[in-house]
Ligand binder design. Structure first.
Ligand SMILES: Cc1cc2nc3c(=O)[nH]c(=O)nc-3n(C[C@H](O)[C@H](O)[C@H](O)COP(=O)(O)O)c2cc1C
Length: 208
């Protein structure tokens, strides 16, 4: 079996991490770099990461995450924040993003037309849909990071079980600007992986 496939079998949702085993900083930096290089729709890079390393920061978050022990036992807890209103053109954010590639007002106007048309056509310009669209980009980044962590034999757990409004309040976020879209824990397993249940390939795939 090749190393990548091995890491896919290695990955499971780790419910309890070994509190005494910390991920070396230079290794976690690589996981962050993999996230940084992940793709995003229109190249807008709408995700920002809050990395919790201290016991205090993790302890403050745990009660807002259904008291799940992953939060305090993990080595690193990453809170994925997703930009909101800045993504709707025209905005300084979209302008800077375009100018980075090509500092040209005409090109920016064309980009605004394309992005604005895309958001309108899909109904993504409303407050709620925009939040889902932005969150999707965070999930892609998270999955790159989780896959790479597994490759390094580092365990992970995605966490959707949190009180969104309360977590946003904890970090003082203005939900029109930034929302919490996902939390992922990274560390080393504290007990063995349980059996995995999946539908069969036949149930999963249809060929035409
Ligand atoms: C987006 C997402 C959110 C999840 N949230 C939680 C969570 O809050 N707590 C938890 O224990 N597991 C959580 N899980 C783990 C799933 O329950 C798990 O992936 C599923 O049962 C399959 O098991 P496996 O990941 O071990 O293969 C989440 C998984 C995903 C993909």
């Amino acid at each position: 079996m090749n190393r990548f496939l091995e890491s896919i079998y290695f990955r499971h949702s780790c419910k309890l991490f070994d509190e005494d085993k910390k991920i070396p900083k230079e290794v976690f930096d690589e996981i962050l770099e993999v996230g940084r290089l992940s793709p995003s729709s229109f190249g807008l890079e709408p995700t920002r990461l809050l990395v919790l390393r201290s016991d205090e920061a993790k302890a403050a978050l745990r009660p807002l995450c259904w008291n799940q022990p992953q939060i305090t036992s993990a080595s690193e807890v990453v809170v994925f924040k997703s930009l909101q209103n800045d993504l709707v053109p025209p905005s300084n954010y979209t302008k800077q993003s375009t100018f980075r590639r090509k500092p040209d007002l005409g090109a920016y106007q064309a980009f605004c037309d394309r992005l604005g048309g895309y958001l309108r056509e899909r109904g993504l310009d409303s407050y709620e849909s925009l939040s889902h669209w932005s969150a999707k980009q965070a999930y892609i980044m998270a999955t790159y990071m989780v896959a790479y962590a597994s490759y390094l034999q580092i365990d992970t757990c995605y966490i959707e079980g949190y009180e969104k409004k309360a977590v946003e309040e904890l970090y003082g976020l203005d939900p029109f600007k930034e929302q919490v879209s996902l939390i992922v824990c990274f560390g080393y397993r504290g007990k063995e992986q349980q059996q995995r249940y999946r539908i069969s390939l036949d149930d999963l795939v249809e060929y035409r």
